[in-house]
Design a protein around this ligand. Structure first.
Ligand SMILES: Cc1cc2nc3c(=O)[nH]c(=O)nc-3n(C[C@H](O)[C@H](O)[C@H](O)COP(=O)(O)OP(=O)(O)OC[C@H]3O[C@@H](n4cnc5c(N)ncnc54)[C@H](O)[C@@H]3O)c2cc1C
Length: 383
């Protein structure tokens, strides 16, 4: 049993009941299919639509958009429970994409997309990364040219989570000059869209149930009204100001996975015998688990504090960068240490610890590589 972290005000009995509901739904309706989804390489969109019908996809959306008007802590709880049950980041990306529309969309854009995103009729992805640029988004080359009442998009994106399953994408494009001021975000509904093509679904080290795809845009026409917020050149600022929320939706799963892996390892070592005694009774095992449990506790306490600040609208960028890089780093460390205690079984994909280990690695890369997080923290320290 892990020590319970301090309960912040956001952790009230209503959120406990919500967590319980989400956990039961995942265990009963989603987890039984997860192996099949890993094999096929994606989770069907209908699954997320059903999740939306339960009110779990975007509980934080206003009632006007079909949500429950709940605090962002509810979305964090959903991500916490999905991660604990080994689900990939698809639903988190959906929430992040939807928040771009919530925060920057014109009233018409919100009315057009938010209710469908909340219900799951639309499932969203974010297409920023290109073959030639990931960390340095100012270098992006996908271009959107104004032509009458349309934009015409040409370019290529890669590594896009839900690139194959999503039917709405928030796409970063260049509408103007080189550098950050020429960047805009355009919302693209992809179904039966001429010129839009999903390329390869990329084979990954982990997170096999999530489709990560290449996308191609060749003369793709979308109405000019799809320009997010309606003003060209505001895309980079829009991207930057969403980052604290995005980073929390990476840090929360890290905390969940660390706890789950420690629980699994505790169980395993308390029944596995080596040299005539329980693996847990060896001092190395006890010390390793004590270290991992301490990390679980410290990560959770820090992450919970950031969630409180997020709920209060007071989460500063720097704390979110810290939470992202540090929690991801601890996730990789703990999954590695725990895998070691499973011996050969830990290397077998049928054991959850092996899957958690493989799934963890990318947490240090996407959502802003950890080195970028440290660079941004250091910049703030010297300003
Ligand atoms: C599974 C997966 C899912 C993803 N999902 C999405 C998605 O949904 N949408 C999307 O747009 N993108 C997505 N990405 C892309 C991801 O955000 C990028 O891979 C990431 O931003 C890094 O960009 P890059 O791969 O081009 O690496 P590069 O930018 O080439 O960087 C390579 C490495 O160089 C180092 N580095 C780079 N810049 C600096 C610096 N300034 N200082 C110090 N070191 C530095 C870092 O170690 C970095 O890991 C996903 C990636 C993966 C693997």
């Amino acid at each position: 049993m892990l020590p319970q972290p301090h309960r912040h005000p956001w952790m009230d009995s209503e959120i406990d009941a919500f967590r319980d509901q989400v956990r039961r739904y995942i265990a009963g309706e989603l987890s039984p299919h997860l192996d099949e989804w890993r094999r096929q390489g994606y989770i069907p969109r209908e699954t997320w639509a059903a999740f939306g019908q339960m009110g779990f996809l975007l509980p934080e959306m206003d009632e006007a958009w079909g949500g429950a008007g709940a605090s962002l802590a509810y979305q964090c709880v959903v991500q916490d429970e999905l991660a604990r049950a080994e689900f990939p980041m698809s639903a988190a990306v959906h929430s992040i994409a939807s928040h771009y529309i919530l925060d920057y969309g014109t009233p018409e854009q919100k009315a057009r997309w938010l209710p469908k995103l909340t219900s799951g009729e639309l499932f969203a992805g974010i297409a920023l990364t290109e073959p030639g640029c990931g960390s340095d988004l100012q270098a992006l080359r996908t271009r959107a040219r104004r032509d009458g009442d349309d934009y015409v998009i040409d370019g290529a994106k890669t590594f896009i989570t839900s690139g194959f399953t999503a039917n709405l994408l928030v796409v970063a494009v260049r509408t103007g000059e080189a550098g950050s001021r020429g960047v805009s975000l355009i919302v693209v509904e992809t179904e039966n869209l001429p010129g839009f093509q999903v390329g390869r679904r990329l084979e990954k080290l982990g997170q096999h149930a999530s489709d990560t795809a290449e996308l191609f845009f060749e003369g793709v026409r979308v109405p000019a009204d799809n320009l997010l917020g309606g003003t060209e050149g505001t895309g980079f600022a829009q991207l930057m100001s969403q980052l604290p929320y995005e980073r929390m939706l990476i840090a929360v799963p890290s905390a969940a996975v660390i706890e789950r892996v420690v629980e699994l390892t505790l169980e395993y070592t308390q029944q596995r015998k080596v040299f005539g005694k329980l693996l847990y009774d060896l001092q190395n095992t006890r010390f390793k688990l004590a270290e991992c449990a301490t990390l679980a506790h410290v990560v959770r306490t820090f992450v919970n504090d950031c969630v409180q600040r997020l709920v209060d609208g007071e989460l500063d960028d720097t704390a979110a960068y810290m939470a992202k890089w540090w929690a991801a780093e601890q996730q990789c460390k703990v999954t590695d240490e725990c895998l070691q205690l499973f011996g050969g079984y830990g290397y077998m994909v049928e054991y959850p610890v092996a899957r958690f280990y493989a799934d963890a690695r990318v947490q240090r890369i996407y959502g802003g590589a950890n080195e970028i997080m440290k660079e941004l923290i250091a910049r703030r320290m010297s300003s």
